[in-house]
Design a protein around this ligand. Structure first.
Ligand code: ATP
Ligand code: MG
Length: 418
C-alpha cells in the first residue's frame, strides 16, 4: 500500500474529522519518535475498500497520554482503560481507539488477559483472526507500509477466516461469535482448521459471562442480516451453548426480515430480542434474561412479551369488547406489542393489535381532570377512576359526545351522594 492510496482511503472512507485526527496523530507520533499504526478492522476494510465502522490505532508509547495530547483543546468524550493502556474517544458518533502496543497472556479460558509490554508484532499476535492482525504504518519514514507477520493478506485474498493459533478460542471464547459475524458480513469461509477449533471450544462460551456474551450478541444484531449469523450459530452448535432454547430456522429468518420491512435499518434491537425469545417457554425466557443481562428496558419488554403470550387465548378472539382489548394491551411497552404482532401467525391476533395501535390507543375522553374538578369533584384518586371509566365507555361506544360524558359524570356524582 503506498502513501497516496492510504491517504485517499482515509479521505474517502472516513469522516473528515477522523481523517484529520489520524493525520495529526501521525505528526504527533513523529515528534515523539514513537511508531504509530492503523490496525484491525480499519486495515482489513482499507484492503477490501470498504467503509470502516470505527478506527483503531496502536502506538509504541503511552496511548493514554498520547491520546490526551492529540485531543487537547477538543470537547470529545473520552474513556480511559488504564488496565489495557487504551483511550477511546467518541468523535461525533464515530469511535476512535488508541492503544499502547501490548502483548497478552490469558490466565484461564474466558478470563480477561494479563497485559504486558509488546511491539507491533506481539500486539498483532493477540488479535482474533489473521485478517484482523495486520497493521499499516503511519510513521513518516515508511507510511503506508503493510505490517503482516501472520499472512493475513493471503486469507483476505482467499476470502478465508482463520485464527492465529490453536488456543485462540480457549483464550477468548467470544471470538467464536466474532468468527460467525465476520464470516457472514464479509462472505468469508471459516477455514476447516479454525472451524474444528471453534467446535472443539464452543462449550467454553458460558465462561465469558452475561455482559460479554450480550456485547457479542448485540454486535450480531447490528449487522445487516443477523438472522444469517444465528443460522450459522445453529448449524455449528454455537447457539445451544450461548442462548439455550433459542432456535434459528426459516421461521426466525422470515420474522427478522419482516421486522426490518416495518422498521427499516434503524430497527430497535429489542424487537430482535423479543423475536429470539418468542418460542421459548417461561423458564427458557427467564434464562435468556439471566444469560444476557440485557438491561432494564429490554428485560421489561421481554417480560411484556411473555405477558402477551399468556394472554394469547384472549388476543385470538374476534369481537372482543374494545375496552377489554385495550386493558390487555395498554399495559405493555410498544415494542413488545409490535414484536408480538410480527411473531404472530394468526391474522386475528394481528387484527386486534392493529386495532389497538391505530385506533383504540388514540382515543381519549373529552373531559379532563380539570373539567371534573370544575364539575365539583374533589382532586384525588377518584378523578383517575372516573377518567378511566369515561375512557372505557367511550372505547365501547357507549359515550360519544362531551355532553354524554357530562351526563354520565353527573349521574355518577348523584349515585355517590345517595
Ligand atoms: P468492526 O468493523 O466490527 O469494527 P473490527 O475488526 O474493527 O470490526 P473491533 O471490535 O472494532 O473489530 O476491534 C478492533 C480490532 O481489535 C479487531 O480487528 C481485532 O484485531 C481486535 N479485537 C477485537 N476484539 C477482539 C477479541 N475478542 N480478541 C482478539 N482481538 C480482538
Ligand atoms: Mg472496528
Amino acid at each position: 500500500m503506498n502513501t497516496e492510496k492510504l491517504r485517499s482511503f482515509l479521505k474517502n472512507r472516513l469522516p473528515p474529522e477522523i481523517n484529520r485526527l489520524i493525520l495529526a496523530a501521525a505528526e504527533l507520533a513523529a515528534s515523539q519518535e514513537a511508531s504509530l499504526y492503523l490496525v484491525g478492522g480499519l486495515v482489513r476494510d482499507c484492503l477490501l475498500d470498504k467503509t470502516p465502522k470505527d478506527a483503531d490505532l496502536v502506538i509504541t508509547a503511552n496511548a493514554i497520554r498520547f491520546g490526551q495530547d492529540l485531543l487537547q483543546g477538543t470537547s470529545y468524550k473520552t474513556t480511559l482503560h488504564h488496565r489495557f493502556g487504551n483511550l477511546s474517544a467518541d468523535i461525533n458518533g464515530f469511535k476512535l481507539d488508541i492503544t499502547t502496543a501490548r502483548s497478552e497472556v490469558y490466565p484461564a479460558p474466558g478470563k480477561l488477559p494479563e497485559v504486558g509490554a509488546g511491539d507491533i508484532k506481539a500486539d498483532l499476535f493477540r488479535r482474533d483472526f489473521k485478517i484482523n492482525a495486520m497493521a499499516i504504518s503511519l510513521s513518516q519514514q515508511n507510511s503506508g507500509c503493510l505490517v503482516d507477520p501472520y499472512d493475513g493478506l493471503t486469507d483476505l485474498k482467499q476470502g478465508k477466516l482463520s485464527v492465529l493459533h490453536p488456543k485462540s478460542f480457549q483464550d477468548d471464547p467470544s471470538r467464536i461469535w466474532r468468527a460467525l459475524r465476520y464470516s457472514e458480513r464479509l462472505g468469508f469461509d471459516i477455514s476447516a482448521e479454525t472451524l474444528a477449533l471453534l467446535k472443539r471450544d464452543m462449550q467454553l462460551i458460558p465462561l465469558i459471562g452475561a455482559d460479554r456474551l450480550r456485547y457479542e450478541i448485540e454486535c450480531v444484531l447490528e449487522e445487516a442480516k443477523p438472522e444469517n449469523i444465528f443460522l450459522k450459530a445453529e448449524e455449528t452448535g454455537v447457539l445451544r451453548y450461548s442462548l439455550p432454547g433459542v432456535k434459528a430456522d426459516g421461521w426466525l429468518v422470515g420474522k427478522f426480515a419482516e421486522a426490518r420491512k416495518i422498521y427499516g435499518t434503524c430497527i430497535p434491537r429489542v424487537i430482535y430480542y423479543c423475536l429470539l425469545s418468542a418460542r421459548l417457554n417461561k423458564l427458557q425466557a427467564e434464562n435468556l434474561v439471566t444469560g444476557l443481562n440485557p438491561g432494564k428496558y429490554i428485560t421489561g419488554c421481554l417480560g411484556d412479551y411473555r405477558y402477551l403470550a399468556e394472554n394469547l387465548p384472549e388476543l385470538e378472539k374476534t369481537g372482543l369488547r374494545p375496552s377489554h382489548l385495550y386493558k390487555i394491551l395498554v399495559k405493555c411497552r410498544k415494542e413488545a406489542r409490535q414484536s408480538f404482532y410480527i411473531a404472530s401467525d394468526n391474522p386475528l391476533v394481528r387484527q386486534n393489535i392493529s386495532l389497538f395501535e391505530e385506533e383504540l390507543s388514540n382515543i381519549k375522553p373529552h373531559l379532563k381532570g380539570a373539567d371534573l374538578i370544575a364539575l365539583g369533584f374533589t382532586p384525588g384518586p377518584a378523578i383517575q377512576t372516573i377518567l378511566r371509566e369515561l375512557l372505557f365507555l367511550k372505547l365501547d361506544g357507549q359515550l360519544t359526545s362531551r355532553a354524554d360524558e357530562i351526563d354520565y359524570v353527573k349521574r355518577r356524582q348523584a349515585d355517590d351522594q345517595s
